[in-house]
Design a protein around this ligand. Structure first.
Ligand SMILES: [Zn+2]
Length: 204
């Protein structure tokens, strides 16, 4: 079966997928990390234009910890095999202070940094994977208002393999479950009539 014809995919995009969170989803979810590891002040979120490089600062796009560690919010995408779609995690990369300054300056002018790519590390632990903290990456600029893209560097980590090779729908729904959105039980229920053809046969 083509992934686009998979009843789970159709349910998520057309009919609405019943979820453990109590809602019914009708489009792809985007796992969101509101701050990087090392930030200890919770959701104390300031406007982007209040950004400062001393002390601690958190906004939607920037985070500074102890005036020493600089981070930008960016997207890490995993292609879905056989589908023209990507799962995007909203997460954080650290950056050298000069690269961070370039990002902040450009953002204040409504521009992209124009440096092409900067190197950083993934500063969050994505759920559903062995520890992803500090994986090396390159941050690629995109036209505003799109957040920069995180492209992982060569590594044996399964997340790197998934970014290169793509993930299947089993993996997609496992990741959603790890983020507290488990649609898998509903797909197995007798009410889920189109669940023919041994969809789950491979996994048990
Ligand atoms: Zn949910």
């Amino acid at each position: 079966m083509k992934p686009a014809e998979d009843p789970r995919w159709r349910k998520l995009n057309e009919g609405g997928a019943v979820c453990s969170c109590g809602q019914t989803h009708s489009e792809m979810l985007q796992p969101i990390h509101d701050w990087p590891g090392g930030w200890t002040h919770g959701a104390k979120i300031e406007p982007n234009n209040a950004v400062r490089v001393k002390g601690d600062f958190l906004s939607d796009d920037f985070c500074v910890v102890e005036g020493k560690y600089f981070h930008v919010r960016a997207i890490l995408e995993l292609p879905l095999k056989g589908l023209d779609k990507k799962l995007g995690f909203i997460a954080w990369s650290n950056l050298a202070s000069n690269d961070f300054a370039a990002y902040v300056q450009a953002a204040m002018k409504g521009q992209v940094p124009g440096k092409g790519k900067a190197s950083g590390r993934l500063m969050v632990r994505l759920l559903g994977y062995p520890d992803t903290y500090a994986l090396k990456l390159f941050l690629h600029d995109r036209p505003k208002p799109l957040r920069p893209l995180m492209v992982l560097e060569d590594d044996k980590h399964p997340l790197v393999q998934d970014q290169r090779q793509g993930i299947d729908l089993d993996r997609l729904f496992d990741i959603y479950a790890a983020y507290g959105h488990d649609m898998r039980p509903a797909f197995k229920s007798p009410d889920f009539k189109s669940n023919g053809g041994g969809l789950f046969g491979k996994r048990r």
